[in-house]
Write a protein that binds this ligand. Structure first.
Ligand code: PAF
Length: 295
C-alpha cells in the first residue's frame, strides 16, 4: 500500500476499475467490510482518510472526533487497500470552498432536521473525492442510510460515472452497530445504547412476520428505548427518505438517540418484494471489535 497526500499522486497509482472507500479514519470492521467489497470488485482500491470539517455542525464534535492515522494505515494496508489517500486540509480545500453540492428533498428529514448543513458538507467532499480519484465505484455503509441515499441521488442527478455500492452494517457481537464514536461510550452508556439495536431487531422480526404499519414498527422500537434521549424513530423510504406510512417498498427503520454525550444512529434496511419483506440486520462480529485496542 502507498500513502499519498495529493489527488494527482493517487491517480498516478490507479489502474483498471477504481474502487473508492471514503472514510474519516479511526477504522473499524464496518470500514473494513467496505474494503472487502471493493477488493472483490475492483482492480485498484483507494481509501480516503480525511476528517471533513465541512460536514460538522458543531466545532466541538469536529475537535473530539477520534483520530489515529498510524493505526488506520496499518489496518488499511493489511486489509488490501492499494492507495491510502490521506490529504491535508490544504489539498482538499486550497481556497475558500465557494462551490457546494446540495441535494434537496432526500436530506430534509431525519438527520437533516438535527444536523443543519451536514449533508451539504458530505456531498461536497464526496463529489471532490469522486472527481479527484476518478473512482468507478464507491462504497458506502448502510449504517448511514440517509447519506447513502443522498450520495446515490447526487451521483444520479449529476450524471457522475460512478456506481455507488451499499454495504451492510457491521455490528458488535451483541448487536451494537459499529461506529468510531462508540469509543466514547462508558460501560453504562454502552449498555443503554444496546437498546437501540435490540429494538430494531424486534421490529425486523415483526416486519418479516408481516407487520406493515410504520406506526406499529416504530412503536416496537420505541418500547425498547427506555430513558434514552431520542431524536427520532422513523420508517423512511429507502430512495426518497420520506417518512413512510406503510412498509410496501424498500425502506429503512431508523433511530437516532443519545447515550450520554454521544449521539448514535442505527437502522434496519427492508427489501420488499412480491415474496415478502426481508430485513438486512447487518453482520455481527464474533469477538470484540478492533475499536477496543486490537489492530
Ligand atoms: O461516512 C463518512 O465517514 C463520511 O461522511 C464520508 C463519506 C467519508 C465523507 O466525509
Amino acid at each position: 500500500m502507498k500513502t499519498v497526500g495529493t489527488f494527482a499522486a493517487a491517480r498516478d497509482l490507479t489502474a483498471g476499475v477504481v474502487g473508492l472507500v471514503p472514510t474519516m479514519g479511526f477504522l473499524h470492521e464496518g470500514h473494513l467490510a467496505l474494503v472487502d467489497a471493493a477488493r472483490r470488485e475492483c482492480d485498484t482500491v483507494v481509501m480516503s482518510l480525511f476528517v471533513n470539517p465541512l460536514q460538522f455542525d458543531e466545532t466541538r464534535d469536529l475537535s473530539r472526533y477520534p483520530r489515529d492515522p498510524d493505526r488506520d494505515a496499518h489496518l488499511a494496508g493489511e486489509r488490501g487497500v492499494d492507495v491510502l489517500f490521506a490529504p491535508e486540509l490544504e489539498e482538499m480545500y486550497p481556497r475558500r470552498q465557494i462551490t457546494r453540492v446540495r441535494v434537496s428533498d432526500v436530506t430534509e428529514e431525519l438527520e437533516g432536521r438535527f444536523r443543519p448543513g451536514h449533508f451539504e458538507g458530505v456531498t461536497t467532499v464526496v463529489a471532490k473525492l469522486l472527481a479527484g480519484t476518478r473512482a468507478d465505484r464507491a462504497y458506502f455503509g448502510r449504517k448511514d442510510a440517509q447519506q447513502l441515499a443522498t450520495v446515490t441521488r447526487m451521483a444520479f442527478d449529476l450524471s457522475m460515472p460512478v456506481e455507488v455500492v451499499p454495504v451492510s452494517i457491521v455490528r458488535e457481537s451483541d448487536g451494537l452497530a459499529l461506529s468510531s464514536r462508540n469509543v466514547f461510550l462508558s460501560p453504562e452508556e454502552r449498555d443503554r445504547a444496546l437498546r437501540i439495536s435490540v429494538g430494531l431487531m424486534a421490529a425486523a422480526g415483526a416486519a418479516e412476520d408481516g407487520e406493515c404499519s410504520a406506526e406499529e414498527l416504530e412503536l416496537i422500537v420505541a418500547g425498547y428505548l427506555g430513558d434514552l434521549e431520542v431524536d427520532y424513530v422513523t420508517l423512511a423510504d429507502a430512495d426518497s427518505v420520506e417518512p413512510a406510512r406503510r412498509l410496501e417498498q424498500d425502506a429503512f427503520l431508523a433511530v437516532a438517540a443519545h447515550a450520554g454525550n454521544t449521539r448514535l444512529i442505527d437502522n434496519v434496511f427492508f427489501r420488499v418484494t412480491s415474496a415478502g419483506t426481508e430485513a438486512d440486520r447487518g453482520n455481527r462480529l464474533e469477538g470484540p471489535s478492533i475499536l477496543y485496542g486490537g489492530r
